[in-house]
Design a protein around this ligand. Structure first.
Ligand SMILES: [Fe+2]
Ligand SMILES: [Fe+2]
Length: 400
């Protein structure tokens, strides 16, 4: 069967790759696509675990029909209602009208809301077992990873954890499906971008999920986006644990700036150069107007050092920086050192807004003296800007 991958026993990957959609949730760039992983268990009873985004349903349905022939789908497990996973539920039900939809109380309210479906519900509670024959499925709710109704499904027989959004990545599956078949560094980076931007706000809930799943013997993590983890389970678990606690992975600094005419960029370059002179190797410099915020946030998650600069704009902060600050505030980013600089020509506003942001966030410490440069930096201004870099580097190095 083409484009269906046998995972083990009677468990199959029947997901789809989407290289057409420009932005996930109409917001996050999909430079190398995304996969919607759905799984099929063909036992005495047949279960589908999660569906795929509606736009890719045609090839999806073909795979299931080809695999099943005259067999019917008995259960459709909906771990998460976001339409990238539930989007083909209606199509599946049209073709398999007797299939029972497996979900929790919160799932069904959303199914009614999104799809106006109010029948075939098979409600499960925490710890219930669904017997497929050889395979026995159990369920655990993991609220807010990523939505309130989110849950995971565990196959006691194969010890596969169908984790839905948890441990998911951006990036279509380019041939390989399993972690040992792929360039892991790329997917790890995309998992970081996915986590920080999609799940990042819910660190405490990820920790709760960890507690709930502790003690479970997991041989394979099968998420709903990206690679199936079967050789790197410890590595991805470690990442999730650290990310959800806002623990930096490595010594480094993100320098991000908003500039109209390049004057704020001058300070950004000076700050970065000074960081390098101080021995900081991981430095990422971003123009907030050019690089999509999701990549900047990904790296902010990775490093403890953050230096933000902005020109003034209508007596306030430059809009791309304003958007970044709003997002970081929403996610409750913490455990960061923050350096602040700005540029102004009359009433200012850029530097002030970043400084207020830093001072208002628990777990963010403003380091060095924020500086607002008049029009374009003078030699004295450069010295002050470099002082921020020196202070940042010293703080980071003291933690070595
Ligand atoms: Fe989601
Ligand atoms: Fe998703």
């Amino acid at each position: 069967m083409h484009n269906v991958v046998n995972m083990c026993d009677d468990v199959y990957w029947v997901g789809t790759n989407d290289r057409k959609t420009d932005r996930f949730e109409n917001m996050w760039p999909l430079d190398r696509g995304v996969s919607y992983n759905s799984y099929l268990i063909i036992d005495e009873k047949v279960a589908v675990i999660d569906t795929v985004e509606f736009g890719t349903h045609s090839s999806y349905l073909d795979k299931i029909q080809d695999m099943l022939g005259d067999k019917k789908v008995d259960y459709i497990v909906i771990n998460h209602m976001e339409p990238d996973h539930s989007g083909s539920l209606k199509v599946l039900l049209t073709n398999y009208p007797e299939a029972k939809i497996v979900g929790n109380k919160k799932t069904f309210a959303m199914i009614k809301g999104f799809y106006k479906i109010d029948h075939n519900f098979y409600e499960i509670a925490e710890g219930d077992e669904l017997d497929l024959g050889k395979h026995k499925l159990t369920f655990a709710t993991i609220p807010m990873v990523h939505w309130p109704e989110s849950m995971v499904t565990y196959d006691k027989t194969t010890k596969i954890l169908f984790s839905n959004d948890a441990f998911g990545t951006f990036g279509a599956l380019d041939g390989g499906i399993f972690d040992d078949e792929l360039d892991i560094d790329f997917y790890e980076d995309e998992m970081r971008r996915y986590y920080s931007n999609i799940v990042g706000k819910y660190g405490a809930q990820v920790q709760n999920a960890f507690k709930k799943l502790a003690g479970l013997e997991i041989k394979c993590i099968a998420p709903s986006h990206g690679p199936i983890w079967r050789t790197q389970i410890e590595r991805v678990m470690k990442h999730y644990d650290a990310w959800s606690k806002f623990e930096p992975e490595d010594e480094g600094v993100v320098v991000v700036y908003g500039t109209m005419y390049g004057n704020t960029a001058k300070s950004a370059n000076a700050v970065a150069r000074q960081l390098a002179k101080e021995g900081i190797k991981n430095i990422r410099v971003y123009d907030a107007s050019k690089t999509h915020m999701s990549y900047i946030i990904r790296d902010i998650w990775k490093y403890k050092g953050l230096i933000i600069g902005s020109c003034a704009y209508n007596s306030s902060v430059y809009p791309p920086i304003e958007a970044l600050l709003a997002e970081l505030k929403l996610y409750g980013v913490k455990n960061k050192y923050l350096g602040v600089f700005g540029t102004y020509a009359w009433s200012g506003g850029g530097m002030k807004a970043i400084k207020e942001f830093g001072e208002g966030m628990r777990g963010i410490e403003v380091v060095g003296e924020p500086i607002d440069v008049f029009c374009s930096p003078t030699p004295e201004d450069y010295t002050k800007v470099e002082a921020i870099a020196i202070e940042m580097a010293n703080r980071l190095k003291s933690e070595r």
